[in-house]
Structure formats: structure tokens, C-alpha cells
Design a protein. Sequence first.
Length: 366
Amino acid sequence: MGSFSPLSAFANLGPPPQDEHIALTQAHDADPNEQKVNLTSEEFFNRNGQPFVLSVVRQTELELIMDTSLTHSKPSAWSHERFIQAAQDMIFGSTSPALKSKIASIQTVSGTGACHMGAKLLCDTITRNTVWSADFSCTSHGTIWDWMGVQKRTYPYSLPDRSGIDFERMLDVLNTQAQRNDIIFLDACAHSSSGLDLEPEQWIELGAVCQQKGIFPFFDSAYQGFASGDPDTDVGAIRCFVQLGLEIGIAQSFSKNFGLSGERVGCLHVVLASSEHREAVFDKLFYYQRGLTSTPPTYGANIVSTILTSESLYTAWRADLKSMTDRVKKLRLGLYSELIRRRVPGSWEYLLIQASSKRISKSNTF
């Protein structure tokens, strides 16, 4: 009797689209050159090239270890309430009860999980046409919208030489081509591909366009406090849109600004026009979460909420942020000065105008 070779269910499985960021990181890791530098990483490293752990995070971990009231059981059905409140306060500031009553928030698996859940909510509840994102956007974000079956289009953002933002062309494309119920994906700060952010008055103008056209803004807040060094400054765009009365979504991540990328700490916020819709939106988000992760992890959320709700730890966190952003700015200035001194061909001014947290390579990968 001959051998039987069953046909695999995966025999016709083709390769997925290449993620350039991952491909470059793999190439870096495989390169034996001891002088190699990975310019694609957006995490903070110490002077020895090792991942940096914030001193306030280390201190908080020690305190949590000694807290016998903490367990490893999963959180309640309503997620990590202290974390949710702290995350809301970080994004929206000291808000009135009226505003809080119009915000539906849920803990997520970092910012990517928040983007995924937010995209699912929007695609299930509004008659959408297209999602708009800046040219040269993050690969994972595009993948999420692909999964949702949404048409993707781009608007021009930075000038060809990355020396500034082509704001007039950006508004022209949105004014002439975007449709009602389209979604626009925006970086709250430290723009993902260029490191260039809109000025406050430009955010107001963009918000007005979203109002007039009926476009739904969805913010990615991945670098709050790690862009300018000031957490309040870095969410100015979000607070501007809230003041304009827009309904918006926010994917909030604590990976970069707390140095917790391995813990996957995130939160999704949906600001609504009326408090009467808050419960329905939250119920929908909770339904999604049960199917995605059941309940979110607690370790990183405990660290974040402990720091944000302690005056002394919060002050220490702000000091850590200031120290990190100041060091990056100093490194940028040093690199720029050395390139100029050596008369290296090219224009290097972008090193000085990008948000401090952004990678220093002008040839962006995602």
C-alpha cells in the first residue's frame, strides 16, 4: 500500500506583504558589523545601546511587589477602572463631569489594539467611504484598515525634502476629495513618518474642515510627553478638536513614554456628541474585547496608573521624560553639527525640526 500524503489546508497560503520596518530590523540584527546602528527604532536606549528603563518605573515596580493586595487575577468586567480614569486625565486634562460623561474608554493591548478596536467600531457603526492617512504612514495601521475592508487613500503631508508640512495641499485634497463619513487618521504629535507636527492654528483649521465635511478624526497618541517633553503640549491637537465639538477617536499607547513597549499598555477613547450614546458605545467595545483578548493584562496598567495617580511618582515621571527628550535633542544637535563640520553633502536641517522622539533617518520606512 502506497504512502498517503494529505493535502495541507495551508498549501496555497501566500506570503503577506512585507513589513519594511521588520525587514530592516531583521537585517540589522543579522549584520555582524559591530558599528551598526538601527535607525528604525523609536524606543529610548541608554549610552550602552541597551533598552532604557525609566527610574520611576523601576521604583514603582518595587512598590507594587511589596503591595500584598495586588494579585494576578484578571480585572473585573469593566476593565481596570483606576487605569481608565488616569488615562483619560492624561489625554483630556482636568475635564468637567459633562465631558467625561461623553467619553467611552476601554483598556486595550497597546496602541495597535486600540487602533484595531477603534477601526472595528467605526466600520460597524458609520456608513464610511474611505480612511485617509498621511503619505508614508505606519505599516501596521494600514494593515488594520485592510482587514476592515476599507478603501485607503492618502493626503499629502510633508514637503518632498521633509523640510516642512505641505499644509495647503493637505487641506486642498481633503476639501475637494474627502466625503462625508470618511475617516481621517492623525498623529496627535511626533508625526509617524516625518516627525513634523502642525501648528496650533493649523489644527484649528483642520478641525474646521472635518466639521464642514463631516469627516471623523481618529488620533494615534503614541508619544505623549516624549515628543516635546511636556505631556499637555503633546495632546494639544486632541484637546483642540474636543473644544471644537467634534466626535473623535483616540488610540493611546504607553509604550514609548513609559518605556513599557513589552507590556502592551493602551487605551481607546471615543469622544461622543452626547452622553446618551456612551453606554451603547462602551457595550460595543466591551463586546469586541471579549472576542479579541477576553480581558486586558494588568501588570503594565498597574505601573502606569500608580505613577499617574501619585503626585511624587508623576513628578518623577515628568522629570524622566524631560531628561530623555533633552538628551535626544542634544544628540540631534551633535549629529547635525558634525555633519556640517565634515561638509557632508545634503540638507540636514530636518534633524533639528523633527519631534525629538522620532528616528533620525530622513529616509522613513513606515
